[in-house]
Design a binder for this molecule. Structure first.
Ligand code: FE2
Ligand code: FE2
Length: 170
């Protein structure tokens, strides 16, 4: 009878950089999808707030959304930390050192985070009036647009690299 252990790769065997890159690309896409889903839901919920007539329940809902925004921010930071410690160094294996392109891309990442923070700050000033709820929604809309663009350019960049490297087999 074979045990699970016999199937697994001995820890001393190094993983080929190309396989590592493929795994990283897969994880990159999965995390991007999850993050966009989470932010999209949050944005929809914030839009719903301006229809809420009762001031007290509006405020209660806003605090729930603030916590969700904080949770989103925490997951964004985890994702960025993984990129910094795993994915970018992997890419660095191929380019020698981190390319300028990546630095520019990560600026988009930071701008998106600033919009999420602006939302969290705005909730702290609650109670909100209807026009304020709209403004808060627009912060998340900006963050969403920025992230969609940023995630796509990251994925395209890594996919192109992967295509190039696998064509040459290294
Ligand atoms: Fe990023
Ligand atoms: Fe990313």
């Amino acid at each position: 009878m074979q045990t699970e252990l016999q199937h697994s790769r001995p820890s001393s065997t190094p993983i080929h950089p190309l396989d590592q890159l493929e795994e990283a690309l897969q994880r990159l896409k999965e995390e991007h999808d999850q993050l966009l889903d989470q932010l999209g839901t949050l944005y929809d919920e914030v839009k719903g707030i301006s229809q809420e007539q009762n001031m007290l329940s509006r405020q209660t809902r806003l605090y729930v959304l603030r916590d969700e925004a904080l949770e989103f921010q925490r997951r964004m930071e985890e994702h960025a930390a993984w990129e910094d410690t795993v994915m970018f160094p992997l890419i660095g294996n191929y380019f020698g050192e981190q390319s300028n392109h990546l630095t520019v891309m990560e600026q988009e990442h930071e701008i998106a985070e600033q919009f999420v923070l602006a939302f969290i700050e705005a909730v702290k000033r609650a109670p909100v009036r209807e026009h304020e709820a709209k403004e808060m929604g627009s912060y998340l809309q900006e963050a969403l647009m920025m992230l969609e663009r940023h995630f796509l350019s990251e994925e395209q960049f890594v996919t192109e690299l992967w295509d190039l490297c696998s064509a040459y087999g290294y």
